[in-house]
Design a protein around this ligand. Structure first.
Ligand code: MLT
Length: 272
């Protein structure tokens, strides 16, 4: 049975736990759930132990009563991931991959628990904080979602989440991402947007993250561009960058085989 439920102070986190060996933890982006890692969970689960939570509020995980109102900080999502690893008995260092918002949480994990990381995989993510304009847009979307009572305001992100090639020729991926956004709740959207709006600019702290790092970015990503990701990777002691062809921001779904291969090769390189 791959699905586990982990209780963190009354919040139920639904977690996929599959396979054996070196642990690879996969943290999803916004406004999505762990299904965005489905291809990697299936393929990597045959070679490693894959642990993929639905972050609080998303997918099948619950929220704390005041999370939507207060916002969930990236530090909280990171602490939830740490609690999941504790609960699943993982004491050895892991490879932690986080896509976009999952990457914001992964920075916080890496800065707080460096000893728990064997490797870090920031996927399609950013180190910089929001501009004032972006922050205001997030707070507006949080309010709009709560007013609508569903995640529909977040559908405005769909054009930018996927690359030009996907929009042009792979309608089934566009439909899958759209359906994933639609099944999230207004409260999860509000909680995450309010949390992301106040997230830290970690650029000056990247030099502290000394573990082997593989930055993965879609060649057509317009949210966290290849140029931006190369720039932050250059500020890290041990980071390499791999660019994924034919993919925008949702590399794990747009070119799943290439992402799986990159993570598997990286995890194996750590183990020598
Ligand atoms: C994501 O994919 O998680 C989002 O693009 C993150 C964000 O809104 O900054």
């Amino acid at each position: 049975m791959a699905e586990r439920l982990v209780d963190v102070d009354g919040v139920n986190l639904s977690v996929e736990d599959r396979g054996a060996g070196r642990v690879i933890a996969l943290v999803h982006g916004f406004p999505l759930d762990r299904a965005m890692w489905a291809a990697q969970i299936a393929a990597l689960g045959g070679q490693f132990r894959v642990i993929a939570p639905d972050l609080r509020g998303f997918g099948k995980s619950s929220l704390a009563p005041d999370d939507a109102e207060q916002g969930v900080g990236m530090e909280r999502y990171a602490a939830d991931v740490a609690a999941v690893l504790d609960e699943l008995g993982v004491t050895e260092p892991v490879v932690l991959a986080g896509l976009s918002m999952g990457g914001y949480a992964a920075w916080q994990f890496a800065l707080r628990w460096p000893e728990r990381l064997a490797g870090l995989v920031p996927c399609d993510t950013r180190a910089i904080a929001d501009t004032e304009e972006a922050r205001a847009g997030r707070l507006k979307m949080a309010e709009a979602a709560l007013a609508a009572g569903d995640s529909s305001p977040a559908l405005s992100m769909l054009p930018k989440l996927l690359g030009k090639s996907t929009h042009q020729s792979r309608p089934e991926i566009v439909a899958a991402v759209q359906a994933m956004i639609q099944r999230q709740t207004a409260e999860a959207v509000a909680a995450a947007q309010r949390g992301m709006a106040r997230r830290e600019d970690v650029r000056s702290r990247l030099k502290e993250i000394a573990c082997p790092t593989l930055a993965i970015v879609g060649a057509e990503d317009v949210i966290s561009s290849p140029a931006e990701m190369r720039e932050f990777a250059a500020a890290m002691p041990q980071a390499k960058v791999v660019e994924i062809a034919g993919a925008g921001h949702m590399t794990t779904m747009e070119n799943p085989a290439a992402v799986t291969q990159a993570i598997a090769d990286f995890a194996r390189s750590i183990d020598g």
